[in-house]
Each structure stands twice: as C-alpha cells, then as structure tokens.
Design a protein. Sequence first.
Length: 139
Amino acid sequence: MNFIKRVFKERPKTVKSIEQAVKFGFVGVLNTAVGWLSFFVLFYLLLIEFRIANALSYLFGLINSFFFNKLWTFKSKEYKVSEVVWFIVVFLVAFSLQYYVSVFLKERLKFYPMIAYVIGNIIYIVIGFVGNKLITFRK
C-alpha cells in the first residue's frame, strides 16, 4: 500500500520529468538540424575547412540549445551565472569528445566527412543530454 501511495504522490514529478525529457529531445533534434545544416552550408557550399565548419556548426547549435532549454524545457526564468558556466562546461566536454572523434574518423580512418560528423554528433548528444539534465538545469 505504501508503494501505491508513493507512486501517486510522486506522479506530478514524474510527469514533469517526462515532459522535460520530451522537450529536451525536441530541442536536441532542433539543435542537431541547426548544426547539420550549418555544417553542410559551411563545408560544402562555402568550402570552409572541415575543422572550422565543425566548430562553427556546434556554436550555432549551442546558442540555440541554451535558450530553448533554459526558457522552454526547464523554464528557468531568472538569470543565473552558474547555468551559463555549467552549460559551457558540459558543452566543452561533449564538444571536445565529438570533435576529436570526428576528426580522427575523417583524417585517420578516412571516413566520409558527413559520416564522421554524424558519429561524433551522437557522442555529443548523449553527453550533452546527461550533463545538462543532471548538472546545468537541476533544481
């Protein structure tokens, strides 16, 4: 009986977490689209070097991600320096791993550039989600 009471008592928190996870996922898809489109335009159309195009595409996604997750996903209305700092730290860790994996795949293993970029992006998404959920926007 205690289990049932606890489930109903915790239900609003669970629903809120699920809603945040769905929104975070949606923002992630949007960020990925922004990043991939930016990379495509920078690398293939503007002929910007792979490393620079890679970094810039993540910067565009980062800016989009911070504002959508702060205001929409986690509804953080006040300005907290710690959110910005932790968001940047999580980004730097996730991006660094993504960057080195994608460059390694392209330059050492001779993967097609977009394939290397996508594999690196998967790493970035996983680390970014976990870090931002557990550290940056925790309440």
